[in-house]
Design a binder for this molecule. Structure first.
Ligand code: BYC
Ligand code: FE
Ligand code: FE
Length: 470
């Protein structure tokens, strides 16, 4: 069975590229098998109000219609850049960017692309059961929108592997459909993408914190000297904004609901069937720390060589007010505490700290959202506030991983951490409680009791539209 190429929206001249067609013909049936097995459980025959990217022109990436997910048109798009690009950071400044992969960076580029690609199907796998307990039709639609777009991101990366990495690239493209989130034999590559997403509050935390890592990683890759990678990731960023808004507004609506109930006189949110603020904070602690791990180690020779070669820039690298030195000279310092609780100051070359710089930009972005959530609480005049934990808290990767720190970043012993674990991170009982709230609500315009209604619908449709025809 071969793919009907006319059905694949693209701006890569697919209809006349026989080599690419052959590669996609071989991969496509495997992708469809994967989607059926690992994409959203059930609902494959439902008509969902989805946006589809059909061109890179303004508005072309957001065409709305009712679509059955297996018939979604996963497209291949590269943002057309207006001007000729030259390498604008690292050791090769001023040289022309590359349309093909340079031999000396083949391995590194393949790894970066495979790592990026692997997260996309992983997230779909992690979220596959959530349709069954969606708090509303609108939320169910959001979930499926995110899922089909993550699958499109997989296509975008597979395009790069097929087009630029020969036989090895085709093998990597197949392996992307074989690894499985959370599977101990064939896990996904990066840590967070093996963490289970069991309930909708997990999903909102994931789209808030983990998709936001995606935003920053894609932005760093969109600076790349490998021009096809820069253009592909640039286009992916247009879709990412929506994923982040699902997370921000989802958590915001949970906070709003719990705050409204308390203001109405409920002092026991569990009795009221809503999510208590302590549990909200614990979920945020968990997903923030897990997502911070996705930046890799704060001190990384890999990151230094990616930057030197021009493979991966800083966030907003082209902004020379923000980054006056395109070579990334200078140094970066950070503190850790040793096993005797002695403070150790480390000073490393800035290039080795590229992961830490990207992480810092990410944390600032998260802080802006925290302010908006806390404004909801200020308006309801409750004394409670939500906070971000320290980047040192609960790390599995990087310079803070070897020992324990509390949510404020103070060093503590492992036994002290364990004694406080249940106050800081979701317990089995917390998760079971949140899970007990998860009941599917499918009446248009109705929302589960634990979450408030969103402010507006999708694409100017009212909130009570029939977003999914189940
Ligand atoms: N888990 O020098 P280090 C998204 C490995 S999210 C497991 O510290 P480096 C999305 C590392 O690979 C965006 N392993 O790190 C969101 C290395 O292995 P090797 C995804 C980890 O290399 C939601 C070793 O540890 N995109 O799009 O500087 C839904 C030492 O590495 C982890 C990207 O990540 C970890 N957390 O940077 C859907 C962009 N951290 O080489 C989608 C592409 C590190 O010793 N990837 N390791 O075998 C990269 O830029 C880099 O690979 C990383 C790591 C930033 C991830
Ligand atoms: Fe993605
Ligand atoms: Fe995303």
């Amino acid at each position: 069975m071969s793919v009907n190429h006319d059905l694949i929206p693209n701006n890569v001249d697919l209809s006349s590229d026989k080599r690419l067609q052959r590669a996609l013909n071989a991969w496509h049936p495997k992708f469809m098998e994967w989607w059926k097995a690992m994409g959203p459980d059930s609902f494959q025959g439902s008509e969902v109000y989805l946006r589809t990217a059909v061109s890179v022109q303004a508005g072309g990436w957001a065409n709305y219609d009712f679509v059955r997910m297996p018939e979604y048109r996963w497209g291949i798009f590269l943002t057309p850049f207006k001007e000729e690009r030259s390498i604008h950071f690292g050791d090769n400044i001023g040289k022309p960017t590359w349309d093909e992969v340079p031999g000396e960076f083949r391995k590194e580029l393949r790894r970066l692309i495979v790592t990026q690609a692997d997260t996309e199907p992983a997230s779909v796998e992690q979220q596959r059961m959530l349709g069954h307990c969606a708090p509303s039709l609108m939320d169910m639609r959001s979930l499926f929108q995110v899922n089909v777009e993550e699958a499109r991101h997989l296509w975008a990366m597979v395009y790069l592997l097929h087009q630029h990495f020969g036989k090895r690239g085709r093998e990597e493209a197949e392996d992307l459909l074989i690894r499985r989130s959370g599977n101990s034999d064939t896990p996904r590559i990066l840590s967070t993408f093996n963490d289970p997403i069991q309930d909708w509050f997990d999903l909102y935390c994931f789209t808030m914190f983990t998709d936001r890592d995606g935003k920053f990683q894609l932005a760093a890759l969109s600076e790349s000297a490998f021009d096809p990678l820069a253009r592909t990731t640039k286009f992916m960023l247009t879709e990412e904004a929506y994923h982040l808004s699902v997370g921000e507004t989802g958590i915001g609506r949970v906070i709003q609901r719990s705050a409204d109930l308390m203001r109405a006189g409920e002092d026991d949110l569990v009795k009221a069937g809503a999510i208590p603020f302590e549990i909200i904070q614990k979920y945020i602690n968990f997903w923030f720390a897990s997502s911070i791990d996705l930046f890799g180690s704060e001190d990384s020779s890999n990151a230094a060589s990616f930057f030197a070669a021009g493979l991966k820039g800083r966030f907003d690298e082209s902004n020379r007010e923000l980054h006056p030195d395109p070579q990334g000279n200078g140094s970066f310092s950070y503190e850790t505490w040793d096993s005797e609780d002695q403070r150790v100051t480390h000073e490393i070359p800035l290039r080795r700290a590229m992961n830490a710089l990207l992480r810092d930009a990410y944390v600032r972005d998260c802080e802006r959202v925290l302010k908006r959530w806390n404004r909801i609480l200020e308006q309801t005049e409750l004394p409670v506030r939500i906070m971000l934990p320290s980047v040192r808290f609960n790390r599995r990767v990087g310079v803070y991983a070897p020992r324990c720190y509390d949510p404020h970043g103070a060093p503590i012993s492992e036994s002290a951490f364990e004694a406080k674990r249940d106050d800081w991170l979701p317990t089995e009982a917390d998760k079971a409680y949140v899970k007990s709230l998860m009941h599917q609500v499918v009446e248009p315009g109705k929302f589960a009791n634990w979450i408030s209604a969103p402010r507006r619908g999708v694409n100017k449709l009212p909130i009570d539209a029939q977003y999914v025809r189940i």
